[in-house]
Structures are given as C-alpha cells and as structure tokens.
Write a protein that binds this ligand. Sequence first.
Ligand SMILES: Cc1cc2nc3c(=O)[nH]c(=O)nc-3n(C[C@H](O)[C@H](O)[C@H](O)COP(=O)(O)OP(=O)(O)OC[C@H]3O[C@@H](n4cnc5c(N)ncnc54)[C@H](O)[C@@H]3O)c2cc1C
Length: 408
Amino acid sequence: MAEFTLELNDDQKQVKEWLHGFAADVIRPAAAEWDEREETPWPVIQEAAKIGIYSLDFYAQQFFDPTGLGIPMVMEELFWGDAGIGLSIVGTGLAAVGVLANGTEEQIGTWIPQMYGDADDVKVAAFCSSEPDAGSDVASMRTRAVYDEAKDEWVLNGTKTWATNGGIANVHVVVAVVDPDIGSKGHASFIVPPNTPGLSQGQKFKKHGIRASHTAEVVLEDVRVPGHCLLGGKEKLDERLARARERAKAGGERVKNAAMATFEASRPAVGAMAVGTARAAYEVALDYAKTRSQFGRPIIDNQGVAFQLADMRTRVDAARLLVWRASWMATTGKPFTSAEGSMSKLYASEAARDVTAQAIQILGGNGYTREYPVERMHRDAAIYTIFEGTSEIQRLVIARTLSGMPIR
Ligand SMILES: Cc1cc2nc3c(=O)[nH]c(=O)nc-3n(C[C@H](O)[C@H](O)[C@H](O)COP(=O)(O)OP(=O)(O)OC[C@H]3O[C@@H](n4cnc5c(N)ncnc54)[C@H](O)[C@@H]3O)c2cc1C
C-alpha cells in the first residue's frame, strides 16, 4: 500500500554488496600504497574493469535506475573503499557524461568506448573545463576554439588546469569559448582524440589528498581537431548560439541560470562520494573507541567520546538522505526549486570534512599517523568542499535560488 520507502530493493542490495566486496577486498587494502605513490592505480582500475565496475554499461545501468539511487550507491561504496582510488575509477565518467550530455549518437558510440578501453588495455578520460583564471567563475574561461572552415577543423588554444586524468587520458573533453560575448552560453565542448599534436600535460599537482587520482594542467597549442569532434555538431551549435545571442539581448541572467541548473544535477554524486569517506572514518573511529581502553575502560564509555560518535553517525545519515533526495528528484524530473542538489553536496562535503577530523581525535596519536587510515580520509575529504563548486558557491546558489535572485 505505502509507496514511500527508503529501503533499497533486492537488485540494489545485491549491487551494493558486490561493490562493497570490491571496495573492502581490493580498494581499501591498496589505498595506503597508492596514496604514498601519488600515481594512478592502473592495476586496481584493471581489476574493476575485469569484473565490470569500470565500464560505461555499468554506470549507464545505475544512472537509469528509476529510483535515482543507483549512482549515489556506487559512489558511496567505492569512496568508502578509498577516495583517491575511487576517483581514479569514476573520473572517466566526468568526461563520458560530457559526451553523453552534448554528443550525437555517433559521437557517443565512437568516443566513449575509447575512454574506457577494455580490461586488457584500460584507458582513462579527462574533462577539462577549469582554467587558472576560471575556477568558480566558469564564464571567464579563455581557451578559444576557432573554426577553420577551409579544412573543417577547429583550432584550440589555451591552458586548462586541475584536470582529473589530464595528460594521461586517451580522450580529453575540452570546453572552450566559441563566442566570447555571451558568457558560458558561448562555450562548446570538443573531443581531443588520442595522440593529437599540440595537447600536452603541464604541471602534475602534488596534492593534500586523493593522491591516487592524477590531477594536472593540460596545455593546448594550436590543437587541430576535425569538425566532427565538436560535440553535438556545427549545425546545432550555430542554432544554440543564435538563440543565446537573442536571449542575451533580452536579459543575460536567464542565460547563466540555465548553465547553473546543469551543475545542480551532478552535485549529489559528489555528495555521495563524501558520504562514503565520512562513513568509512566513522566506522574506524567506532571500532577503535570500543577496543581502546584508558583508565580501565573502553574510551567509548566516556560520554565525551560516545557523543562525538553519535553526532558523526547522525551527520553521515543526514548527508545520505539529502543526497538520496536530490538524486531521486533529478531522476524523477522534479525541479530543484530550493537548489536541493547544491544542498546535498554542501552538507555532505562539510560533514565528511568534520567527521574525518573527529575520527582522528578519537584515535588520538594513532589517528595522526599513517598507520591508521583516518588521517588519509581527512586529507581526502578536504576535496569535497572544493571541486564541483566550492562550499561558498553552493551557499551562493542556494541563497540566490531561495531569494529568487539571479545566480550569477
Ligand atoms: C583535485 C581536483 C580535481 C579537479 N578535477 C577537475 C576536473 O576534472 N575538471 C575540471 O574542469 N576541474 C576540476 N577541478 C577544478 C575545481 O572544480 C575548481 O578547483 C573549483 O571549481 C574551484 O575553483 P578554483 O580552484 O579556481 O577556486 P576559486 O574560484 O579561485 O575560489 C577560491 C576561493 O574563493 C571563493 N569564492 C570564489 N568566488 C566566490 C564568490 N562569488 N562568493 C564567495 N566565495 C567565492 C571560493 O569558494 C574559494 O574558497 C578539480 C580541482 C581539484 C582540486
């Protein structure tokens, strides 16, 4: 009778258990090593590919779960295993989503398989949008794409930064400016095929956390890509630009709001990653508090410790519920009238940052060492309040959505 349920169905439970097994048996044991090496964990990605966790089919199946809980469940379990390795496994998905969202069927069929490769020869892909002077302020992007009509080629010039898998990717998806007069509506996305001359990796960043995930600058110097590498095609771009120019004349803010709405839908997935890291740290802290004795009793017998654990668990569960709500809304076509996508990412990312810090405190000196995983989890958790829109940008989006003010 009652339709409302927060219980996973049997299929979802099965997938969750399977993912959890991979996270516990393969990812978690490898986490410390790849964090120290600060390199892409190719063997782990290969293991994931062998059993079907690293493939477009798998993510598409989860994406089309009618409850909306498929993707959050995947993210939570993989990132429970480890955030750096988790991002190495799902990072290609950012680029794949870029192609799925904007590409033609032919482009999807051509490029996405090349992003993943296969279990014997795994590949990764990169989504390159951020630039040194265009982080939160995406509209100030400078990388230019100019059409060479005689050759039916696009010529890309600029520097991208912070690209996950940038420079090591088989396929790069690059966002560039085609019309600088209409803000982010004058942007278009391009495929840069494998081994295209002019694309090179700039600095590889040495990071605070998620160190198993490769992050680098991508330099584009007269990179020529065939006309068919423009995602969606030229005709569609010309129509879209003409509409955007008209709308910009009528009232520019509406143009920018549409772009923000797209980001809203992807934010719960980052929230789910944060839930995974927070839950992992909470579990380590709970076990430790039950087994570590001081003053002749387990430290969890002290209210000061037990209450921290109560707060930690409450925040993990609250974060998950916000993520599930936003994912359910996105999947069932409910409009984010109160920026629910941003709310979920904001709350979950700050919960992960705080819960992992509390976990270090509960483990005392051990928590501060690399012998235990919580210091790594805390370093990893710091990313969630930064990428896919900082906490400040989430608050800005929520506040402006609530007040009815333009987002920009
Ligand atoms: C590990 C990692 C991986 C990443 N992966 C990718 C990727 O694959 N592809 C990609 O394109 N990008 C990626 N990014 C980029 C990421 O999305 C940006 O770092 C993020 O959007 C913030 O931009 P920024 O670093 O330039 O910070 P800035 O925009 O310079 O912000 C600096 C500070 O100012 C605050 N601030 C800025 N504007 C406002 C405002 N209007 N109101 C209040 N506060 C404000 C911010 O909240 C922040 O605290 C990645 C970043 C990292 C660190």
